[in-house]
Design a binder for this molecule. Structure first.
Ligand SMILES: [Zn+2]
Length: 448
């Protein structure tokens, strides 16, 4: 090997300590805004073994200059929660040695580093800081705060690294007896959310990338097959078959909550289509609740007036009201089927629900036959989660899931002296989601 470019005397002990990256030695040419560093192995005679063949017949091939953005915190001795922690973002140039192996066909490899990811332009500690911020704020706002460029190419690797870490901290799930699988819509894509129905409430266990049988089954297999006795499914073939495979002895049912949710979604579609300039405030809410729960007769009169010139909306409203009334009573499958088959052809928005009632008749009948029903608060809990989803700003699925499930702690339980997670109580989940939405949409300042 040739003469070394740097001598031990070129290393600054104090700046090496200040940087605090164990693998690196900082050169005296550095400044506070730009550190220059070499690997601490630089002055050692130990030969790095070749990762391909294990031979230590390796020698320096070239030195590549790589520059990262890095961060250092200036610890405030008066740790005052009111004041923001001070930090310094700076450039870190690292002279990375590439080695050539004489043992195997001259392969060339870089000396391994553990302070930054492959191809990443940030050190891990800065990358993690950006990711942690992006879980709760927009990526751009966080990057602006730290004074680094918000390039879209960097967000993926930055988030993935932190998501993996946070995921690794999750405890195993405590399998509930009753499971719910509901599809939530997020920017035209549907993602199944898995719920645990427990006596003290509804907990979200996870949100899945898509509704394919493979995705759903992979998740369900992480649960204890023998524990689950009932699965409240959304009427989707792939979800039904995944649940049937994962829990062969469980009861798969479609609940009244689900039927009413599908009906409400259809009704909302019709309101958006035919109810433009409808003369009531908050028409989505007002036109989709039972008429008997309206505030007063004045509202009823307003609705009647508005319906006069909108026959299709009126027809839909009456059908929807009839369904809600039916489901409020001791309904039977036949009565429901009868309702579905009396839907006029022009109300195409109800077609999905009509199909569901036909194709999932067994699951609906089985639901009627079960003794145990989901808790009373189940419909409101699910509706709140759906609404919170609709409000969230657009982002890639991994970030969506992380924002919902990895930014707040899960509720836990102790069983047989081990800790398990129950999931996140829906009230806490929706509160958290709404907060993140507000952080991003209302241009709240990012701070630490
Ligand atoms: Zn080799």
């Amino acid at each position: 090997m040739g003469k070394k470019r740097y001598k031990k005397a070129d290393v600054s002990k104090s700046m090496t300590e200040a940087l605090g990256i164990t693998d690196l030695l900082v050169l005296k040419t550095s400044t506070d805004s730009h550190y220059y560093a070499i690997h601490k192995r630089y002055f050692s005679d130990d030969k790095l073994p070749c990762p391909a063949c294990g031979s230590t017949k390796t020698r320096c091939s070239k030195v590549v200059k790589r520059t990262f953005k890095d961060i250092l915190w200036e610890d405030d001795p008066h740790d005052d929660a009111e004041t923001k922690r001070k930090f310094r973002v700076f450039d870190l140039t690292f002279y990375q040695t590439y080695l050539r192996c004489d043992g195997c066909n001259n392969s060339v490899f870089p000396e391994p580093i553990n302070f930054s990811g492959k191809g990443c332009r940030y050190t891990n500690r800065l990358s993690d800081e950006l990711a942690d911020g992006t879980f709760r704020f927009s990526y751009k706002k966080v990057c602006d705060y730290f004074g680094v460029p918000a390039s879209t190419a960097s967000i993926g690797p930055i988030m993935r690294r932190r998501i993996q870490y946070r995921e690794s901290l999750l405890l195993p799930v405590s399998t509930p007896k009753k499971l719910g699988i509901m599809e939530a819509v997020f920017f035209r894509e549907t993602h199944p959310i898995v719920f645990a129905l427990r006596e003290d409430g509804v907990y979200c266990i996870d949100i899945l990338r898509d509704s394919s049988e493979e995705t759903v089954l992979t998740f369900l297999r992480t649960l204890d097959t023998n524990e689950v006795d009932t699965v409240y499914i959304d009427p989707v073939d792939s979800i039904r078959s995944a649940a049937a495979i994962a829990f062969p002895s469980a009861n798969l049912v479609v609940t009244d909550e689900c039927i009413l949710r599908y009906a409400r979604d259809a009704m909302l579609e019709i309101i958006h289509e035919d109810g433009k300039r409808f003369p009531v405030k908050f028409k989505d809410a007002v036109l989709s609740i039972p008429n008997k729960r309206l505030q007063n007769d004045f509202q009823r009169k307003q609705i009647e007036d508005g319906m006069e010139s909108r026959p299709r909306l009126k027809g839909a409203y009456n059908q929807h009201q009839a369904l809600m009334e039916l489901m409020d009573s001791e309904w039977t499958y036949d009565a429901l089927s009868n309702w579905a088959h009396n839907i006029p052809d022009n109300l195409t928005e109800f077609a999905t629900l009509v199909d569901v009632i036909d194709l999932f008749d067994q699951e609906i009948r089985d639901y009627k036959g079960t003794e145990e029903k989901p808790p009373d608060l189940y419909p409101t809990a699910l509706q709140a989660v759906c609404e919170a989803f609709k409000g969230m700003p657009h982002c890639i699925f991994d970030v969506l899931r992380a924002r919902c499930f990895l930014t707040i702690s899960h509720d836990t339980i102790e069983e047989n002296e081990a800790k398990y997670r129950l999931g996140i109580h829906t009230s806490r989940l929706t509160q958290n989601m709404n907060e993140i939405t507000a952080n991003i949409k209302e241009a709240r300042e990012y701070g630490l």
